[in-house]
Design a binder for this molecule. Sequence first.
Ligand code: HEC
Ligand code: HEC
Length: 185
Amino acid sequence: MAATAGTPTLAADLEAGRRKAEPCKSCHGPDGNATLPGTPSIAGQPTFFTHWQLIKYRDGRRKDPQMSPFAASLSDADMADLAAYYAAQRPLPRPATTGPVKVAAGRELARQHLCVSCHRPGLTGHEQVPRLAGQDLTYLVKMLRAFKAQTAGDLDGTMTTAAQPLSEEDIENLAHFMATLPPSP
Ligand code: HEC
Ligand code: HEC
């Protein structure tokens, strides 16, 4: 599989996606807005991003004991339908206890490290790049640690590279900042 974004091109069926999302609800919520700490909200994520993540779980390039079994038997059409369905759902902010000092430090780090150059101003994501704004704080910390440790299995290595200069304190500050941003414009 080439590491180029935008390859999934199957015509997606939103209604089919809604039906196929039935088994996902217990963890990701009825509309893709999860409430379990550590479980990402997938509502409003760009179609390509969700499709690629599902491919990676199915192919074992991204592994998680909870998530991987649910991707194992998905067809390419299932993934396209699910990605289209979740992209059409409205993302809601996740409740988080954030500190103003950490949020301010995180905002400055996001500027210094050019996170917005890929994740977009407001960190709302596009194409293969996920929305970070309003995502679950625990999940954001977990992912940044995993990219830094080079265990996240990212699509093309860009995120692993972006995480290398971050200290544990930077990761925490960035997560506090991202969690406070509004998830949709
Ligand atoms: C048993 C709980 C559970 C179920 C059911 C489940 N997931 Fe997940 N999902 C998770 C967890 C936990 C993660 C984060 C795993 C990790 O860190 O890699 C995740 C991650 C994801 C991601 C990556 C999101 C991101 O921001 O990186 C996508 C996409 C996803 N799930 C889609 C689905 C779909 C579609 C279904 C149904 C077919 C589903 N999940 C069913 C628990 C679940
Ligand atoms: C060169 C482009 C690029 C830059 C710069 C970048 N990212 Fe990313 N980021 C990505 C891509 C692409 C992904 C999806 C990776 C994958 O496929 O696993 C991602 C994924 C993530 C995720 C995982 C989210 C999820 O839902 O799974 C987090 C958290 C994240 N980035 C935070 C950051 C932060 C913080 C910065 C700045 C320090 C940053 N990124 C800079 C491209 C970038």
